[in-house]
Design a protein around this ligand. Sequence first.
Ligand code: ADP
Ligand code: MG
Length: 603
Amino acid sequence: MQTSEPRDIHDVLRQTWGFSSFRPVQTKVIEHVMAGRDTLALLPTGGGKSLCFQAPALAMGRLCLVISPLIALMKDQVETLRARGVRARALTSELSRPEIDVILDNAALGKLDFLYVAPERLGSDLFTARLHRLPLGLIAVDEAHCISQWGYDFRPAYQRIAEVRKVKPEVPVIALTASATPTVAQDIMEKLAFRAPNMIHGSFARPELVLWVDRTEDRMGRLIRIAQRVNGTGIVYMRERKATVRIAETLQREGISAKAYHAGLTYEQRDAVQASWMKGGTRVVVATNAFGMGIDKPDVRFVVHLESPPDLESYYQEAGRAGRDGQRSFAVLLTQPHDPERLREKVLRSFPEIEEVRRVYQSFSDMNRIALGSGALEQYPVDLRGIATRTGLSPATVSYALKALELDGALVLSEGARSPSRVFIQADHHAVNRLRSTNEKLGPVLECLLRLYGGMFEEAAIIEEDRVAQQLKWSTNMVVDALRNLQQQGLIIYHERSDDPSATLLVPRRDAQRLMLERSSLDARKERAVARAEAMLTYTNEPLRCRTRILLDYFGEPLATDCGQCDRCRARASKADPPPGVRNPEEVRRDRWQQDEDNALQP
Ligand code: ADP
Ligand code: MG
């Protein structure tokens, strides 16, 4: 069941990635993995976690099962690996049964090096039936904090990984995350049934990152100043979609090249904004937290938050996108006097009443006509506004209720992100050839698809209806009609592109009153979310202590000395000077701070 010959790991590094050496912490992690030990690797974002499992897996020459929480992340990694000639595939919730079948067959036959799986797939009959036949050498759990109820991004389906381990007890596991407090780290190792605790903690310190918190009534003014004074690209984060557009426009009026990015834009729009920013055509992206996952731009010089994220995990993740090249960069959090109350309120609001959750589940199921006892592992569109109208709840409450259902394991929400059209040919070559020569409407479409994209018999290919239409000199609508027709005849599987959010039921539809919503677990989650928000506020409102210290303390990495460059360290340094007599000391202090900040912000 060997997948390929074992190879020297340094050859793998050179030949596949073209890198000359591993980073020191990677070397340490890899040694443990190659020795067959269960390993938890805690490395900051950009620390090179992927190589920690990809290189050993290729060196072993056996299949690596990778569990990853987001379709976008999986696609990114699979595409990158394939571009390097590595045999990688992903099982996502958007694939149909026949497509999954083909991929699993290939995996079982040793034709794959990496199989990426969304956690909810682990429980499906297709997967469990094949699991024991997979020639696994390693199980990699990316974003492993998702397995912990104590973490900030709990995904119940992650707990299924323990079942995989029961079937394959001899296969070692490597868990990777960039955000785990000591409690969460402990929990990860327990939930993954580590044979022995084994954690490798890379340093989270980012000396190139200057942390700054500024309380101001004029956030826009401050933002403009920062964007004008700090050269290079930046990201501005806020929570509300509409506001991103407004802020981007304001920046543009100031002559700063800026674009908005949020999950409400179409796939093409988001792609265009991201591409232009990556290439340096756009300097600043004003975005919701939909932006940044998996983005690897080394020369981001500033990340400004116009609103406080709900916890320090999210904050450090987002702020840490600055300065990945190791050059001095700024992470600025702008707050207003009433922010603490607002954040607390928001966190509380994000936990709706059980009754509200039930009503949302009922409406969602009714609107999609899901019969009781059916619908498991099917994907359905989520019409937020429709559900809101039906239930009389606000769209925000509806989306929090859906999130609660997700946390409870009833369904999984898709990011509503990139989901271009895809076609998979289900019929055999014979049937397709017959159609090509006999059907003058459907024949040309098939012909054109095969010519433009090819390979659709083995797996779904991404297609553009516009491009097919152009080639055929048809209208796009005609192409879409023909594709739907082919699908109805069972010849192809046509996944139409979608920018709408969707939900996949993980368990068959139940009576809403019987939903397993436990008040105690909902309450416990709420308490933990409140505790995380309070930690965020402690960081924001800290009057004296070094910001870097507070942050690293939180992640279990005590710092020996103050960073000397955050706003707190700077303020302390300037206070040491005797204040000039005549002026009011508070005014002097503010003045100095301003000056100091100016100096600090000069890269
Ligand atoms: P993480 O998942 O920890 O955020 P990634 O695995 O995405 O980080 O790696 C971040 C970047 O660092 C990638 O561009 C990757 O190619 C690069 N990288 C990782 N390891 C090395 C190495 N040993 N030498 C050079 N570049 C590396
Ligand atoms: Mg990663």
